[in-house]
Structures are given as C-alpha cells and as structure tokens.
Design a protein around this ligand. Structure first.
Ligand SMILES: Nc1ncnc2c1ncn2[C@@H]1O[C@H](COP(=O)(O)OP(=O)(O)O)[C@@H](O)[C@H]1O
Ligand SMILES: [Mg+2]
Length: 243
C-alpha cells in the first residue's frame, strides 16, 4: 500500500488527538503504529479506515484522496476490514453467523452466498470446527481469529487492526499474531497498532512512532528499534523493552 498523510488534525473537545500528523509510505505491506497510550494511534487508524472524519489535513491511500461524501466514505469503509481490541463479535450469534450476517446486511450478499463465504473464511484459518459456537464458548484468541476471519472474508484492500492482542494472554496472543503474519505473507496489506514490540519488529515493513498526536518517527523496524532518533521514542522503547 501507499500512503500520503499531510497535516492531519482531529480534536475531541480540547483534546488534540491528532495534532498535525504527516507521514509518507511509498510501499509497505504492513505498517505498524506504536507509541504511548493516548498518543493518537486509534484515531489515526479510524481516520485512515474512513471511520472518522478529520478536522483538517489530507489523506491519500493508494493514490486516491479519502472520500468526503457520506456515500463514498461508506463504500471506502466497506472496501476495508477492521478488528479492534475486544468485543468484536456479537455475543448472541455463532461464529459462522457473526461472519455471514454482515455479508448479508452490509455487503448485500444473499444468505446462501454469505454462508459459503463465511465457511470459506473460517476454513482458511482452521476455525471451521468452531462455526456453530457462540463467542462465549470460544477462547479470547479464537474469538479474535474469528474476528479477523470476518474482517478478511471479502478480501479487504487494507486490514486495520487496533491492538488486536492487548486483551489476550501470551499463548492466545501468539496464535493471533501468527495468523496476522500469515495474512501478511499471503499479500494482505495491514495497518495495525500494537504494544507487541517483538511482533512489530518481525512483521512490519514500516513502523510509525506516534506520541501526542504526532508522528515522531517513521522508519523500517530495523532502523527504528536500533536507532530511535527522537528522545521521546528512545524513552518509550527503553521503558517497554526493559523486561
Ligand atoms: N471519541 C473520543 N472522544 C473524546 N476523546 C477521545 C475520543 N477518541 C480519542 N480521544 C482522545 O484522543 C487522544 C488520542 O486517543 P487515541 O487515538 O485513542 O490514542 P491511542 O490509541 O494511541 O491510545 C486521547 O487523549 C483520547 O482520550
Ligand atoms: Mg488505541
């Protein structure tokens, strides 16, 4: 994917969630956002995915300016996939139905096609045996994998993942990260925020360090983790990589 973001701002009341974000990514499969809580990672992901409208600034995704009309924005949103930290699945629907229902309601597939696509998505990630379970009958890791299966069921242009493992224990974290890595290897463009520095280092082509609503650094993981240039990034990394 190719991204050009210039002077992006988004305020919530007096909070400047995005305070002039600029970044340029020429070609990346996986862009990872890291940085302290409250820095603006989720807001940036939401703006890039078309879920949130910025107050000012411009965004170009793969050469096209972000849509401005409601209808175009909705179409753009539907062309992408999303997964958040937790509570992604409808608790009263089976894993299969969690995937097939949006395919019917949001994407307009007939029920039979939706079911076929949903089964294919579950089977792709080895989750078919869980098709008829409710979220409460699945582990947190399995729930997140079902959530990812749902997000990629229609082959999204970009998959947005917002701290997909932060509510999971280490073993479940590993199974979700493996799935994300597999997707990246299969060619899925991904933008994710994470606190898993080892994973960011292993899977990202580009890492953006975001703090106080700004991109402090943008570099390859090898560069950013070995030679953080800004003081605030150095401090953050020395804190989170200490243990
Ligand atoms: N919907 C919202 N309403 C009010 N404040 C918000 C909202 N979303 C984000 N913020 C604020 O914007 C700042 C950036 O938040 P966020 O993008 O969630 O950062 P991060 O994901 O890096 O933790 C924080 O101060 C947060 O409290
Ligand atoms: Mg966040």
């Amino acid at each position: 994917m190719k991204l050009e973001v210039d002077s992006l701002a988004r305020c919530f009341g007096t909070t400047r969630a995005l305070d002039g974000i600029s970044l340029s990514v020429e070609s990346a499969r996986v862009l990872t956002l890291i940085g302290p809580s409250g820095g603006g990672k989720s807001t940036l992901l939401r703006v890039l995915g078309g879920l949130e409208t910025p107050d000012s600034g411009t965004v170009m995704v793969n050469g096209a300016a972000l849509a401005t009309t409601a209808a175009e924005l909705q179409a753009y949103r539907r062309s992408n996939g999303f997964l958040f930290q937790q509570f992604n699945l409808f608790p009263h629907l089976t894993a299969l139905r969690n995937i097939s229902l949006p395919l019917e309601v949001v994407h307009g597939h007939d029920p039979a096609t939706a079911q076929t696509l949903a089964e294919a998505a579950l089977s792709r990630f080895g989750l078919l045996e869980h098709a008829h379970k409710l979220p409460a009958q699945l582990s947190g890791g399995q729930q997140q994998r079902v959530g990812i299966a749902r997000a990629v069921a229609r082959k999204p242009a970009i998959l947005f993942l917002d701290e997909p493992t932060s509510a999971l224990d280490p073993e479940m974290t590993a199974e979700v990260l493996e799935l994300i890595q597999e997707l990246a290897e299969q060619g899925q463009d991904i933008i994710l925020s994470t606190h898993e520095m080892g994973f960011a280092r292993a899977v990202a082509d580009q890492v953006a360090f975001i703090a106080a609503g700004r991109v402090e650094e943008l570099a390859s993981p090898a560069d950013l983790f070995a030679h953080p240039r800004s003081e605030v990034c150095r401090r953050f990394l020395s804190k989170v990589m200490r243990y």
